[in-house]
Design a protein around this ligand. Structure first.
Ligand code: SF4
Ligand code: SF4
Length: 122
């Protein structure tokens, strides 16, 4: 299985308790948190419960966004189909791993974020 280089630390205990994915998916969903309103519509449709709520990037107490745990996503695209704000692009697996840090503003899954992506390129 391809290494997930978008994770920078072990998963937090509550997220780690969820079942493992059996094989690497062809596609990967990545939330573009710049456009996410935190409406939670995608969470309802995810069959493997791999979309996590994240505190808002600017006002953590008043906003929320979501994040896909990319080690558990099976690439079914149901979240992307049902997002009312069209802010869940589907990528080929490798491309998703690479682009995830640029689209992620905040992470509760210990995945790399936009700040990490900026640090790497500067
Ligand atoms: S593509 Fe499917 S498995 Fe992945 S986050 Fe979206 S609904 Fe969940
Ligand atoms: S459905 Fe779209 S806007 Fe709503 S929480 Fe999910 S990604 Fe964000």
């Amino acid at each position: 299985m391809t290494e997930n280089t978008a994770r920078k630390a072990p998963r937090p205990p509550l997220i780690a308790k969820k079942p493992e994915r059996k094989k690497e998916p062809r596609l990967l969903a990545v939330i573009d948190q710049h456009g996410c309103t935190g409406c939670e519509a995608c969470i309802v449709f995810c069959p493997v419960d791999c979309i996590e709520i994240v505190p808002g990037a600017d006002f953590a107490q008043f906003q929320q966004v979501v994040e896909v745990d990319i080690e558990r996503c099976i690439g079914c695209a149901l979240c992307a189909k049902h997002c009312p704000w069209d802010t869940i692009p589907m990528f080929n697996y490798q491309e998703g791993i690479q682009k995830s840090p640029a689209l992620t503003l905040k992470s509760v899954c210990s995945q790399k974020t936009k700040d990490d992506a900026v640090t790497q390129t500067s």
